[in-house]
Write a protein that binds this ligand. Structure first.
Ligand code: ATP
Ligand code: MG
Length: 429
């Protein structure tokens, strides 16, 4: 597994955590996701649309990355990291250095005066790079992906981490020799994306959505849209079949292509959590990426580009999985599965349970703080949103063990200390 790579360890003591929870919503945030994430100490706001990821928030990101990594590697992609500083000349080849064409560029200059761009996308740079590695048909197909911080000078940044000026994207690129092979991978990536959203707990409310653009596939690109009131998009969801159409192209021509009627669809608010795009051979032709086929003839390469909004997903998950008390993380992305809360001065029983649980590979946030009141600790547990809360107190021990409850359950159960691990393991199955 990938645990090591994305640095997910089993336990954390709350007494050692430098972040603090806040009772009050920050006054300068309208978005629920940013309010809750800031109050929980998941993120720190540097400026509008620019957030630092703190220990708990980073764990959520790493959980999402791990799921995405596994699904991308399963379809044959290799992980890389491209550079944040980009070459002007590379983008000039397709005309996309122009601020008229791309209106979210951050640009800067070297001491020498040479202009450079700050990566908002890596489509052109990666095609340029692959010219060093793809020359013959034997070099194809190739699939690569990265988790990269994109920089975009967005006009509006009012949706918290759902629209950042700096945000983490997973972007993958496919390089194929024929349209057939290209489309085969495009379809595989669609399935891989659906797996990702399913594993994140968003499967039921995420739709493959036809959107404008794309070199073929009937001139659509495909977005993955998750139903979400706080989302910035509007889609039309087919009432029976499992797909949607972005409002931008919800017109007679699109409906005719899809063989559907207006009445078949329902309008919904949504957030774009992924976007896959086919360039056909156009971009590689513009940039001069070609290969020699088995007969020695030069042929252009088919390019696909596949994005997932990693940090936007944290925002979407927070918007969807939360209640009036705080966040309610799905287990797969929760920073910890268990929030172990010790009450009172003598926390030795809780200490042993912490050791036992983490030794068994169960992820535990241990509220070992002496001095915080029970009320404060419970409010924090609700705000932070781990799926399972286990309380060890004088009273719980007198009652026969630890009090266990799910984040949204109102009643807890007493489980003997010796059975807590097996109880948790069972719940995790
Ligand atoms: P949008 O339409 O929301 O502006 P986009 O179409 O420009 O997004 P892409 O370039 O396709 O986005 O990026 C791939 C994915 O990255 C998007 O599907 C989205 O999930 C995420 N993303 C894009 N812009 C942002 C942003 N400013 N902040 C956070 N995530 C973003
Ligand atoms: Mg998009």
């Amino acid at each position: 597994m990938n645990e090591q790579k994305h640095n997910i360890s089993n336990g954390m003591r709350q007494s050692q955590l430098f972040t603090r929870t806040k009772r009050e919503n920050p006054s300068d945030e309208e978005a629920k996701n940013a309010q809750l994430l800031i109050r929980g100490g998941y993120i720190y706001k540097e400026m509008a649309g620019v957030y630092a990821w703190l220990p708990l928030g980073l764990r959520v990101i790493n959980k999402i990355k791990k799921i995405v990594s596994e699904e991308m590697e399963a379809i044959g992609s290799q992980e890389i990291i491209m550079t944040a500083l980009q070459n002007k000349e590379v983008w000039e080849k397709t005309g996309r250095w122009d601020d008229e064409k791309v209106d979210i560029w951050f640009k800067t200059a070297l001491k020498s005066g040479t202009e450079v761009g700050l990566g908002w996308s890596h489509e052109e740079p990666i095609v340029e790079m692959m010219k060093s590695y793809i020359t013959s048909y034997q070099d194809l197909p190739k699939y690569v992906h990265q988790f990269q911080t994109k920089l975009r000078n967005e006009v509006r940044a009012k949706s918290g981490v759902m629209r950042g000026r700096e945000f983490v994207m997973k972007d993958m690129y496919s390089f194929c020799s024929t349209e057939e092979k290209h489309m085969d991978f495009y379809n595989k990536s669609t399935e891989a994306y659906l797996n990702v959203y399913k594993r994140l707990g968003l499967g039921d409310i995420t739709y493959v959505t036809s959107a404008s653009g794309g070199a073929f596939t009937d001139n659509f690109s495909h977005e993955f849209q998750t139903l979400c009131e706080a989302g910035e998009d509007v889609i039309y969801v087919h009432k029976k079949d499992n797909y949607a159409v972005n409002e931008e192209i919800f017109n007679d021509a699109t409906l005719a292509k899809l063989g559907a009627e207006k009445e078949d669809f329902e309008m919904k608010k949504s957030a774009e959590v992924g976007n896959i795009f086919t360039f056909g051979t156009e971009k590689c032709e513009q940039m001069g990426l070609a290969f020699t086929d088995s007969e020695g003839k030069r042929q252009p390469v088919y390019l696909g580009s596949y994005g997932v909004g990693i940090t936007r997903l944290v925002g979407v998950l927070t918007e969807i999985f939360s209640d009036e008390k705080g966040i309610v993380w799905p287990r797969e992305v929760a920073p910890f599965v268990v929030h172990l809360v010790a009450l009172g001065e003598d926390i030795s029983e809780a200490e042993s349970l912490y050791k036992e649980l983490t030794d068994k590979g169960i992820e535990v946030l241990f509220d070992d703080r002496i001095g915080a009141t029970a009320g404060e600790k419970f409010a924090d547990a609700d705000l932070l949103g781990m799926p399972m809360r286990i309380v060890v107190s004088k009273r719980s021990l007198e009652n026969g063990g630890a009090e266990i409850k799910g984040r949204t359950e109102s009643e807890s159960k007493i489980i003997p200390l010796s059975e807590v691990v097996s109880h948790v393991q069972k719940a995790l199955q």
